[in-house]
Design a protein around this ligand. Structure first.
Ligand SMILES: Cc1cc2nc3c(=O)[nH]c(=O)nc-3n(C[C@H](O)[C@H](O)[C@H](O)COP(=O)(O)OP(=O)(O)OC[C@H]3O[C@@H](n4cnc5c(N)ncnc54)[C@H](O)[C@@H]3O)c2cc1C
Ligand code: SF4
Ligand code: SF4
Length: 1008
């Protein structure tokens, strides 16, 4: 017999000194959040690196006073250590710690002040880089240092890693744009740093304050050892970070800037609280030339000539990355900008950007480049495309920014990992360096994709390794050592962009004994007790504690405790690589609504994948066969589940923490297609729920939702009676209190049957259909009903029938048959499998007749494609249900009667937009053919997502999500202009506004 799902103990208790510290902090005037649940700790135990460290707790300060209180309270606890954290996108474990994570991204995320006249902005450390640029854009400015993670990396993180990226030749690194920093030291002292004259620095250094001691040390090191510093480090665009000894003094040695050592210090000196940054005017004109090559080497060798020709930036990607991008959803946005070359294969691409405020100047530069490219066949150039459109340029860069994530999509257990991923060498050495680097990796038989900032000599490469295999894990230090030697040979740097993190052990080698000792002295004046991100960069001069090392504890050590069959079965859970795209701050992007509204990283695809990974590991450690448990044919009785649900002794079962984060998921499926490695949360969420409820009682609302497709047709038989009750406030109150369901929708009146009475609809009769000739069948279209549209929005189905008729076809209304999606969402997986089988068998019969099957609601139709395939495998058969627009695309439509007098606004359903990225464009084409105007509105999730928004426990999130992007967008239009493809979206608008938008097909049905 298969054992019941056991109660799981959260592991790794909080150490007593940390507990005492947290108790003291909670008793103080600290106003932020203090979280020490196992789930909260797990959520920040990883970043984008191969490492995993469980912190003792996570604190979320709200202001500088809170940061200072953390330090002051910790003065009584010498062993309590911290690591600052922003977006958590580090690639080498920069923010990981076994101490306390101090996360400024949740609350300290305001742009405080912008002064366009003087070209500066003041921001809190948790502001995301794109967030700042969105504030600056209308003023004609931007924060120039760019990085691929601009949608989720914070200014505090950028400062701490001295981030840079595309365009760094012109725009420099983050440190080049810092005018001042407000930070907090380990002991709680608040520091305000900005450049000062050397004379002032010398006067200040005589005092006894903390800042005076720091100034004294920096003068000793940076001035005293100036020549050694200049002799030691190569003059690279990506100069040495952690600590930037060279640039702490300006070139003519007249000023000193303490902020310069804080930038790039990886949280090892201070908590960054606020920064004053300079902002750069946006160039009026931009052009991007995509140059295509016959090989990656040709692209690399050709790049320096374009840098010499004053390009603003030159970025390269190899064919591996290009091919992965071509298979990703993002390719739709760029395919017309990077077209194939007839008879040739594009194996390398240079993206060459020119910026200018003078149109003639930019056109002249492009003309010169084009003339060169036209004659560059011998250099491997096989074609090029130019675009001046800023939106198109952004699309290309979005594709390039997604490259790292896309590499993670590589099939098999070997996944590209970061550990030697950001080397920098003088650009003139880059091509030779890369050839030798490739030989090194090829020698180990490894696969990899390459791309980089060729203008700055920075190469991004992630060799593919299976970190669950201890043999392959051993390659990490071996290859790291070899690459360290290789960059030294080419006069370069191992950490050319992302900082050091667990590669800190190589610090002494790069700096040399003398200068490394200087780093340690600097660390000592900031953080004498080694409390700030200990082991990273260096330790205080007297400290006996070690530096962190590439051989440190990795995620693979935990992952490999899960049996391989379970890892394979839960592939999406295992493949999350923490690149953090799901933390995207942009409210109009669909992924991930639950994170956007909570700001809680547990409630994100990454958080959920991490939780389930740990859950699987804890189960495996108890020798539970997860795959068997999932298919348990003899689940525990009602009584056993009741007993478990009421037993207070299992209140701390870790499964409850997993349930909590799964409950917050809207099952919108945006992650399934938007996450670069397709971490499909709804898929593993329903599997988790199905196992969890083998042990515990289900809430009533789950049964209500799971059975909605059975109940809706019954209720629709007496809509007047049911609606009468649903309109009574006491009924609603009772439903909310007993079942936890709110705003129960009102059934359609007249019903669909009443509406279609007298309409040209063929009643379903399979035998009759089978007897029709192929010519007769060619004029029939089957409508696949879904419960929401048919029973609650029947006028949409009526309009569909009208539209079909107007197009010269006869609609065949298929009998309503449950689709199963609500069962899947709630984890009734056995029931879902049965529903899916019955429905698939039925639809296959019609598919076999060659009849088009069309459905209205995106999430229900998409369920036939995705969840049905997963649950039924080959048993799903070949039937194909099209969405209305997919079917309409084939027609040359008659022109609408009213012409283009009205501008319609399309609010697409997020599951549809993400799974079918061309759907909005296709609706526009259809309207265009009918002589109507339709523009797609950029919005995220509406917050309803099936029944999520109807659950009382989610009303706050649901409303909040609606307010994030829909409310404002809806208010821009007249109600009659708005069309929405999702039933949920139409209901959500109806709930918060005083109207219900139409489905776009209704406009067509009315207009043609
Ligand atoms: C897919 C991908 C692409 C990337 N591309 C680039 C790129 O193009 N260019 C680039 O430079 N980097 C890149 N990175 C690396 C990473 O995004 C940057 O290092 C970024 O600056 C980190 O910002 P964050 O807010 O995520 O910081 P975190 O990862 O949270 O922290 C980074 C470091 O800063 C410290 N820190 C964070 N906030 C504070 C604070 N308030 N006070 C004190 N210390 C703090 C942490 O302790 C840690 O040492 C990439 C990473 C990924 C995953
Ligand atoms: S869930 Fe996807 S987008 Fe989010 S961190 Fe993991 S891999 Fe990246
Ligand atoms: S399904 Fe939607 S809400 Fe759930 S994790 Fe994915 S993106 Fe977030």
């Amino acid at each position: 017999m298969i054992p019941m799902l056991p109660a799981l103990d959260p592991q790794a208790l909080i150490e007593s000194n940390y507990q005492d510290f947290l108790t003291d902090l909670a008793k103080s005037t600290f106003s932020g959040d203090i979280e020490y649940s196992y789930a909260s700790r797990l959520a920040v135990s990883t970043d984008n690196s191969i490492y995993q460290k469980l912190p003792q707790a996570v604190v979320f300060p709200k202001n500088i006073e809170d940061l200072s209180l953390i330090g002051k309270t910790a003065n009584a606890y010498e062993d309590v250590k911290f690591s600052g954290r922003g977006g958590g996108t580090g690639t080498n474990g920069q923010s990981l710690t076994t101490g306390i994570i101090v996360d400024v991204s949740r609350h300290m995320n305001q742009v405080l002040e912008v002064n366009p006249e003087q070209s500066w902005a003041r921001v809190q450390a948790g502001v995301v880089k794109d967030q700042l640029n969105d504030v600056l854009k209308p003023l004609g400015f931007f924060f120039a240092p760019d990085l691929s993670t601009s949608s989720r990396a914070t200014i505090g993180g950028m400062i701490s890693t001295d981030a840079s990226g595309q365009g760094s030749l012109v725009y420099g690194k983050t440190s080049d744009h810092i005018l001042g920093i407000t930070s907090v030291m380990a002991d709680g002292t608040v520091l305000n740093t900005a450049p000062m004259t050397l004379d002032d620095a010398k006067i200040l250094s005589q005092k006894l304050t903390p800042i005076a001691k720091i100034t004294q040390q920096l003068l000793d090191t940076c001035l005293g050892k100036r020549q050694q510093i200049l002799d030691k480090f190569p003059r690279l665009n990506r100069f040495l970070t952690g600590y930037d000894l060279e640039n702490t003094l300006n070139k003519d040695l007249t000023s000193l800037d303490i902020s310069r050592v804080i930038t790039g210090s990886e949280g090892s000196l201070v908590f960054v609280a606020e920064a004053k940054v300079n902002i750069t005017p946006i160039a009026t004109f931009k052009a991007l030339v995509n140059v295509k090559y016959d090989s990656f080497e040709s692209a690399l060798r050709h790049a320096p000539s374009m840098v010499a020709a004053n390009a603003t930036s030159v970025e390269t990607v190899d064919s591996n990355v290009l091919n992965l991008a071509k298979q990703d959803i993002i390719w739709h946005s760029v395919e017309s900008l990077i077209t194939e070359v007839a008879g040739k294969t594009v194996l390398g691409l240079n993206m060459v950007e020119y910026n200018s405020n003078d149109q003639a100047d930019i056109e002249q530069k492009i003309a010169t480049l084009s003339a060169n490219l036209d004659n560059a066949e011998t250099l491997g150039v096989i074609g090029y495309q130019i675009t001046y459109d800023k939106a198109d340029i952004q699309k290309i860069y979005a594709m390039r920014k997604k490259s790292v994530g896309l590499l993670g999509k590589t099939k098999g257990s070997k996944k590209p990992i970061a550990f030697v991923e950001d080397t920098a060498v003088p650009p003139e050495n880059l091509a030779d360096f890369i050839m030798e680097f490739r030989a090194l990796l090829d020698g180990h038989g490894l696969k990899y994709g390459m791309f980089g900032h060729v203008d700055a000599g920075v190469l991004h490469v992630r060799p593919a390794l299976d970190m669950c295999d201890p043999e392959q894990e051993r390659l990490v230090p071996e290859i790291s050592d070899q690459v360290v030697a290789l960059v030294a040979k080419y006069g370069g740097l191992l950490w050319g962009e992302h900082g050091r993190g667990y590669r800190s052990e190589y610090g002494p080698q790069f700096f040399g004994k003398e200068l490394f000792a200087e780093l340690r002295k600097i660390k000592t004046v900031f953080d004498p007790h080694n409390k700030m991100n200990p082991g990273k960069i260096c330790t205080p001069i007297e400290s006996t504690e070690s530096l962190v090392s590439v051989s440190d504890q990795k995620r693979g050590e935990f992952d490999r405790q899960i049996p391989i069959e379970v890892r394979t079965s839960f592939e999406p859970v295992m493949s999350c690589n923490g690149n953090g795209l799901c933390f995207n701050y942009d409210t109009t992007s669909p992924m991930c609504p639950s994170f956007k509204i909570t700001g809680d990283r547990r409630h994100s695809p990454k958080g959920r994948a991490g939780m389930v990974r740990e859950w699987l590991r804890l189960l495996s450690n108890q020798n539970i066969d997860v795959n068997a448990l999932e298919h348990n044919i003899d689940p525990p009785s009602w009584f056993e589940r009741f007993r478990n649900s009421t037993d207070k002794r299992v209140d701390n079962d870790f499964s409850h923490e997993v349930l909590e984060v799964m409950e917050g998921c809207l099952a919108c499926k945006a992650c399934s297609s938007q996450c670069p490695v397709s971490v499909d949360v709804p898929g593993f969420r329903s599997r988790f729920l199905s196992m969890y409820y083998q042990r515990y009682m289900r809430p009533a609302k789950d049964h209500l939702v799971g059975n909605i497709e059975k109940m809706a047709p019954l209720m629709a038989k007496a809509p007047g009676f049911i609606n009468f009750f649903l309109r009574q406030s006491w009924v609603n109150t009772t439903i909310r209190k007993t079942i936890g369901y709110i705003d129960t929708p009102i059934l359609s009146q007249p019903t669909l049957d009443q509406r279609l009475n007298g309409n040209a609809v063929m009643q379903f009769d399979l035998v009759a259909l089978q007897q029709l000739s192929s010519t007769q069948l060619a004029k029939k279209v089957c409508i696949v009903q879904d419960p929401f549209t048919s029973f609650y929005d029947a006028q949409v189905v009526e309009s569909l029938v009208t539209l079909i008729t107007k197009l010269g076809y006869e609609a065949v209304l298929l009998p309503f048959m449950p689709n199963g999606k609500p069962q899947h969402v709630k984890g009734f997986l056995k029931e879902f499998a049965k529903t899916a089988k019955t429905s698939a068998d039925f639809l296959n019969q019609l598919g076999d007749l060659g009849l088009p099957l069309i459905g209205v609601d995106p999430s229900m139709v998409l369920c036939y494609r995705d969840e049905y395939t997963k649950v039924l495998g080959e048993g799903r058969g070949e039937f194909k249900v099209q969405l209305v627009h997919e079917w309409l695309l084939q027609f040359e439509l008659p022109k609408a009667r009213q012409g283009k007098t009205q501008q319609y606004a399309l609010f697409g359903h997020c599951s549809e937009k993400t799974a079918l990225p061309t759907s909005e464009k296709q609706w526009q084409q259809i309207f265009e053919k009918a002589g109507l105007n339709l523009a797609a509105v950029s919005v995220g999730c509406c917050g309803m997502a099936g029944t999520f928004g109807h659950e009382a426990s989610h009303i706050e999130e649901s409303t909040g999500i609606y307010n994030l992007s829909w409310k404002q967008a809806v208010s821009q239009f007249q109600p009659e202009q708005i069309v929405a493809t999702g039933y949920s979206c139409r209901s959500q608008v109806a709930r918060f506004e005083e109207f219900k938008p139409k489905h776009p097909l209704q406009i067509l049905a009315e207009s043609l």
